[in-house]
Design a protein around this ligand. Sequence first.
Ligand code: ATR
Length: 270
Amino acid sequence: MITGSTRLAGVIGYPARYSLSPALHNAAYVAMNQDIVYVALPVVNDIRTAVEAVRAFDMVGVSVTVPHKAAVIPYLDEISPVASKLNSVNTIVNRNGRLEGYSTDGTGFIEALSVAEFTVEASRCVVIGAGGAARAVVAALGEAEAGDIAILNRTVGKAEQTADIAARARVGGVDDIASADLVINTTPVGMGDTSNETPIDTSAISSRHLVVDIIYHPIRTALLQQAKSRGARIMNGLPMLVHQAALQIEIWTGQKPPIDTMFAALESDS
Ligand code: ATR
């Protein structure tokens, strides 16, 4: 029940109304007996006022999503080394009026892989795309000691920049797919108007691969459908979404939330 002592958390982004984060977070708070309520906070351009409101309303913190992950940074008191490297904050925590920024996207991705019992250490990875999501994934794969990270992107210059994020990352090509253990799509190809398209030719995919698509709408992209029919293991973007949110909750409350409850909340929400 919402009372006078209930604290507020939320997600700053635009658009915010289709966000799955309120369902995920509130289900966790109920299960954890945390007196917190989490709402979508659509913010178009007054980022500074939105960040200052976290302090003014003594909020627990906020999640930050597209398109504000870089724009919030100047208004924070401190940011983590990973958030600084990526120039991206997806989590703000309010510690008695001091606002700290973190990025849990990459760590959420690695946690999702470990649940799938994939060992990143020494693995050969292909990352498709070179935007913000790709940078978080490449940094996290590097931290987790991946053996090789080949980046495939439409614009080669952006792949070069993204390769600078991790020591074992490099610009790759389609020839890298056959010998990879892990293939990850971070581009929007497979969503909306491109729902019949795949970001790569899947003929080199086989049963040796784990293929991950960070897209979760649709739940199974054309890439994942083709990969499955070629015998690969597949994972959509929902585990990463759940785990990055779980890490936010841990930063805010100091407690690990129940992951199964969060997955169940997504099923009943969709
Ligand atoms: P995000 O921050 O969410 O990762 P982004 O920064 O817009 O999103 O990055 C999207 C990535 O998907 C980019 O690498 C982009 O390629 P370019 O660097 O060439 O722009 C890639 N991408 C987007 N649409 C694509 C398409 N139709 N085909 C291939 N790659 C695409």
